[in-house]
Design a protein around this ligand. Structure first.
Ligand SMILES: Cc1ncc(COP(=O)(O)O)c(C=O)c1O
Length: 340
């Protein structure tokens, strides 16, 4: 009973406060959320293929381990052994921010594409922002072709805004996946959408999904409390963005003084520093950045008490716990960085 009450409470809270979703299904991880959303999109459309973007990571289910970002990119195995050729052939790849490639894929796979899945602000090839109305164009091409648009908001949900990238960019996705923040530190994922689509899920519909620990009371309680704290603090997202902006400007200034060419990408409380490159808008460019210099930067900062994400393919999530003292300490560590 408690489990059902808490699950209903958090679901109600989210549906009331996030744009464009009628129903949400709780699962136990971001991987499960994305895997289930794709199955639902396939079941709903009766089509097999999905489009994903190089450098985006949607968890470790088979369909997504094709040119994946995050740890898969860091450790050099973005195409994982163990994924069958049959599965791989249903995952079509496009370059992030390259709308022409998406158009080509739709042209060559007419009536076969169930969904386009994207990190609306990518965080798994370092932080990479959507450019030139890319998300709006994806919305339009999905509508024109009867495909679903899936926003993987496992990173961006409740981080860029309470309503995530959907709210920030004013683009409506058909299905949205969540993780991380939604569990308040405990293992939770979720996927959500309009009734018309979500009603295809079992037990109401035929697309199967279930999980022993889905909606477990601990995670529901932690998640609900976290979301309530965020929602009830009107300055929360502004404060996070301001801290991130300060870090961006000040780190940039110090690196410039040291003569180290770099590019910092930032949105809200997400940012990444890329070395020896002046633009990063897709996975190819993220790979061209100087990653051994990043590793050196990471280790020197660590020696001075600042623990960055340990890969040039990760995003820094700036926390509300970071105040002036922590900013000063971070900048001091960057000042000490010796580049040879
Ligand atoms: C955008 C995105 N989607 C999906 C996942 C998978 O989530 P989990 O690690 O909870 O399975 C991650 C994990 O980092 C992620 O960043």
């Amino acid at each position: 009973m408690l489990r059902q009450k808490l699950e209903t409470e958090i679901a109600k809270f989210i549906v009331e406060n996030v744009p464009n979703i009628d129903q949400i299904r709780m699962v136990s991880s971001g991987t499960e959320a994305c895997m289930s959303a794709v199955r639902l999109a396939r079941g709903f459309t009766g089509r097999d293929k999905i489009v994903k973007f190089e450098g985006c990571y949607h968890g470790h289910s088979d369909s997504f381990l094709i040119k994946a970002g995050s740890g898969a990119a860091t450790f050099g195995n973005p195409n994982s052994p163990g994924v069958t050729a049959g599965t791989a052939k249903d995952t079509l790849l496009a370059r992030y921010n390259d709308f022409e490639q998406v158009e080509d894929l739709f042209r060559h796979n007419q009536g076969e594409i169930a969904a386009v899945i994207i990190e609306p602000v990518a965080g798994n090839m370092g932080c990479v922002l959507p450019e030139n109305e890319f998300l709006q164009k994806l919305r339009k091409i999905c509508d024109e072709n009867g495909a679903l648009l899936i926003f993987d908001e496992v990173m961006t949900g409740f981080r860029l805004a309470f309503g995530g990238a959907q709210e920030l960019y004013n683009v409506k996705a058909d299905l949205v996946t969540y993780g991380k923040v939604i569990g308040g530190g405990l293992p939770v994922g979720a996927f959500a959408g309009r009734n018309e689509i979500m009603d295809h899920l079992a037990p109401k519909g035929g697309v199967y999904q279930a999980g022993t620990l889905s909606g477990n009371p601990l995670a529901m309680r932690a998640g609900l409390k976290t979301l309530q704290l965020i929602k009830n603090d009107p300055e929360f997202f502004n404060r996070l963005a301001k801290t991130t902006e300060t870090l961006d400007f000040e780190i940039g200034k110090i690196l410039n003084e040291k003569g180290i060419a770099h590019k910092i990408n930032r949105k809200g409380s997400m940012m990444s520093v890329f070395f020896h490159i002046n633009r990063v808008s897709n996975f190819d460019e993220a790979q061209e950045a100087n990653h051994s210099l990043f590793n050196n930067f990471f280790h020197q900062l660590l020696q001075n008490g600042v623990y960055l994400p340990p890969s040039g393919y990760e995003t820094y999530f700036i926390s509300d716990a970071i105040k002036d003292k922590e900013i000063d300490m971070t900048l001091e560590a960057v000042r000490k960085f010796e580049y040879s």
